[in-house]
Ligand binder design. Structure first.
Ligand code: MN
Length: 165
């Protein structure tokens, strides 16, 4: 069984404000842009658009990215910690097959989430759904409740040094 690997959720003020979910897999950060962020409610199906792998070091990045076409380019580390694949086999194979369940052990997020590919081709899409476990909590909106960085305590607005149009 594979040991724990890192996960990070960054909040990124780019063309649109979105979260980036990143999982350490085989030495890179497999990444999805999640517009609404992860939910604690197992009834919520959150869109997750796959984006290119990032280097592991990017998972520690908090600051303002240069050359943002819109938005401030600000990034905060919204949550981070370790994750383990749930189920058999390596998470890389599960992701390649289009369905992976992972258990997150972060500061804000804990418990199982399922990632499922729902569209391939030119407009690939996944959904990410909270699994029904002891950490599911439909009554809480963790995104609204905890907007701040787990590293610095700052919000993305406090971090941004300039504003896009
Ligand atoms: Mn992003």
């Amino acid at each position: 069984m594979a040991g724990p690997a890192r996960f990070v959720v960054q909040l990124h003020d780019a063309t649109t404000l979105h979260f980036d979910l990143r999982l350490e897999v085989d030495g890179v950060l497999r990444s999805w842009a999640v517009p609404k962020g992860l939910s604690l409610d197992p009834r919520d199906r959150r869109l997750a658009v796959p984006v290119p792998d990032h280097e592991l070091a990017h998972g520690d990045f908090e600051g303002v990215l240069p050359d943002a076409p819109r938005g401030s380019g600000a990034v905060i580390v919204w949550d981070h910690g370790l994750f383990r694949p749930l189920g058999d086999g390596p998470v890389a194979a599960a992701l390649d097959a289009g369905h992976a369940a992972v258990r997150l052990d972060g500061i804000k997020l804990a418990g199982g989430w399922a990632l499922t590919r729902v569209a391939t081709g030119a407009d690939p899409r996944w959904i990410v759904v909270k699994m029904r476990d002891e950490h599911a909590d439909p009554g809480r909106d963790i995104v609204a409740e905890r907007p701040e960085s787990v590293v610095s305590g700052r919000t993305i607005a406090e971090l941004a040094t300039r504003r896009g149009p």
